[in-house]
Design a protein around this ligand. Structure first.
Ligand SMILES: [Zn+2]
Length: 281
């Protein structure tokens, strides 16, 4: 309708208006792109704050395995994903990006070695990368030397996958044992490396096959019981990737806040706090 009206304008005015219209279209397109890409963004969950984790202060966290966990307020959640990178990591990243939240990925070194581009993408999108051994073995059952090799080779592979990226996006000194299976000797070894060992405070049991709907219901039930903590999920699980958008929406609609953990000395620690959400919930 508007275009038809424009055809009635004089030949002098028409090109000017066309140029104006083109500029307007470009501006609108740029605006839409910016809204889709930029975080924080109104209407999204948003990372509510960044928590710096110093392994010296918090050597072992997560009440499923240890007496201590990270200092969180009521309704504050830390999102963690184990066992990636994998093909489904893309969908997980999209869900996180759509809600402007940051998570921590405990990666398996073998996968990182095979999919370095995905590791770089996780880092580039602002998430924290921790370590989950080279090949996800039961470390308490293979002897100290082999376990140590699994730990160190995994860390090296995760770091190698990020070769060439800016130093601010390097991996964090955060480690999680496969199956949460450790020994006192291995715990001491991790501590001697100045890495923090992560357990979890709750999880979705997403290693069990179930529909995304059933998993969401299970997870929400556990969330409402515990109300805060370090949540363990698995990005290679398709059911988890499928469930994640609805879960993040649930967090947003029920006043939960996502806390992003970063290593001490991280240059990004100060800029990731989302001022829009701070007083919002
Ligand atoms: Zn695992």
């Amino acid at each position: 309708m508007i275009l038809q009206q424009r055809t009635q304008l004089t030949p002098v005015a028409k090109p000017a208006l066309t140029a104006l219209g083109t500029a307007l279209v470009i501006l609108l397109a740029l605006g839409a792109t910016a809204r889709a890409a930029d975080c924080p963004r109104p209407g999204t969950l948003g990372t509510s704050r960044v928590l710096t984790v110093d392994p010296a202060q918090y050597p072992r966290v997560g009440t499923k395995s240890f007496p201590q966990t990270l200092p969180l307020n009521d309704k504050e959640i830390i999102l963690t994903f184990d066992d990636g990178p994998a093909a489904t990591t893309s969908a997980v990243l999209k869900a996180l990006r759509d809600e402007c939240v940051h998570a921590t990925f405990f990666m398996v070194g073998k996968g990182a070695h095979e999919m370095p581009a995905m590791v770089k993408r996780v880092a580039a999108e602002g998430h924290t990368i921790g370590h989950h051994t080279w090949s996800h073995r039961y470390l308490a059952r293979i002897g100290f030397a082999a376990a140590k090799e699994e730990i160190d080779r995994g860390i090296d592979a995760d770091n190698a996958a990020l070769a060439g990226v800016p130093s601010r996006t390097r991996t964090a000194p955060f480690f999680r044992f496969p199956y949460f299976e450790s020994t006192p000797e291995l715990l001491n070894y991790i501590q001697s490396k100045h890495y923090a060992v992560f357990g979890a405070d709750f999880w979705a049991s997403d290693w069990e096959p179930m529909t995304p709907e059933v998993q969401l219901k299970l997870l929400i039930g556990r969330l409402e019981a515990i109300r805060k903590g370090i949540l363990l999920l698995h990005d290679p699980r398709a059911q988890t990737a499928a469930m994640l958008p609805a879960f993040l929406r649930y967090l947003r609609e029920h006043g939960y806040r996502v806390v992003h953990i970063v290593p001490a000395g991280s240059s990004t620690a100060a800029v990731k706090t989302d001022p829009i959400k701070r007083g919002g919930n």
